[in-house]
Design a protein around this ligand. Sequence first.
Ligand SMILES: Cc1cc2nc3c(=O)[nH]c(=O)nc-3n(C[C@H](O)[C@H](O)[C@H](O)COP(=O)(O)OP(=O)(O)OC[C@H]3O[C@@H](n4cnc5c(N)ncnc54)[C@H](O)[C@@H]3O)c2cc1C
Length: 421
Amino acid sequence: MNIEPYWWRDAPPAERDAQKILNTCDVAIVGAGLSGLSAAITLARAGKSVQVFDRGIAGAGASSINGGILSGNLRLSLTDSIMRYGKPRGMAMYREGIDARNAMRDFVRAEGIDCDLQYNGRFTGAMTARDFDGMKRTAEIEKDALGVDARILERADQHEMVGSDLYHGGIGRDDIGSFHPAKFFIGLLDVAIKAGVIIHDNTPVLGVHDKTRVQTSRGTVRAAHVIVATNGYGDNSNTWLRRRVVPVTSRIIATGEIAPDIMARIMPGMGTFGESRYLGRYYRPSPDGERILLGGRDVLVGVNPTGAARRLAKNVGAIFPELRGIGVDTHWTGQVAFTRDEMPSLFAHDDIIYVCGFCGSGTVWALWLGRKAAYCILGDGRAQTAFAMDAPSAVPLYSGRPWFLPFAIGYYGVRDWMAGR
Ligand SMILES: Cc1cc2nc3c(=O)[nH]c(=O)nc-3n(C[C@H](O)[C@H](O)[C@H](O)COP(=O)(O)OP(=O)(O)OC[C@H]3O[C@@H](n4cnc5c(N)ncnc54)[C@H](O)[C@@H]3O)c2cc1C
């Protein structure tokens, strides 16, 4: 079994020559993923000198290895967002999700990035009849409040989107797309370099002192502003952040090849798929339609990776019985990031700007909030966002080793089991 991201076959992360480090710059950015580069592009295009530092190779965090689902989803439902943040802000968060998703699509088109962006429909399957009732209500609320065009598919009709009998009906959406994340990242990197951003691979930031002195493994840089965009990959260079952002490992498998007639039957529209579970699985066809990529958060501390990949493959068989016993061609993991609020967050602490907390659905949010972070520095009115948060509170009894995750995952697993999912 291979353990390299499927996406890197077509678009491997590029090893580039080391760049000279400038002693001073307008903005230093820690982390060269989608968030960091999005901020960097906006700043560089506004005339700022920008250096981005990454511990590894740019994009090799979550940004080039994710599932490539372009959704801008939020963990909290619209109703829950309104309950927590009040009606105007809760609504604004959901509206911003639509804007952010469209902004990513527009960016791909405006920059001419070739990344297999497609809108082939999204199906979210209901694991129980009760879930289906709840999903119908949510779809109606979102339609009335936001004009979201969701199709309610009864069990008898779901085969038009998914060739599985596992679900008790589901919701179809045409506004959620898919793309090839590694191809997208290469395009983004190219845009950043052309905009004049200096990107330093393999240059960990060891600490930021007095708000402006960025200590890296290759020397110290003085920057007027600092943005931290490390999301699920934060390390001990920033212990304050580590106590606030919990990384969770997420695994994806790419199955062995599947015959075209089977693919046409099980994924007639070649869209993307999700489910009504706490420990949700998501899946999609590879862009060439030859394999299924399925992801889930079943990773427990110390888990045997091959066993975890095989378990995910069993999930493919549970959804599509004709694929029982399907092999795994490759599998890989990455880190997603949760704060206690479980919402994407832009905040400042000690004059440093942070973007993080995308809860596993972050490509759209990373680009969007990265840009907002840049607008904050530029004093641009477009910095306005409903996701401007107070700094997240520290997670109790946590200092960087998420010892509680097996319990949390077990807890949600039990809730799914009790709900019959
Ligand atoms: C397996 C998986 C599947 C996913 N699927 C989807 C999906 O289908 N759709 C979706 O929207 N989202 C998905 N996501 C989430 C999405 O990929 C992330 O939210 C997004 O890429 C976050 O981008 P980022 O730039 O904030 O962070 P990252 O891309 O994770 O980048 C953070 C960077 O910070 C660097 N770094 C950390 N510490 C330091 C330091 N001290 N010095 C220098 N650099 C440092 C790291 O090396 C890393 O490159 C998925 C994530 C994973 C892991």
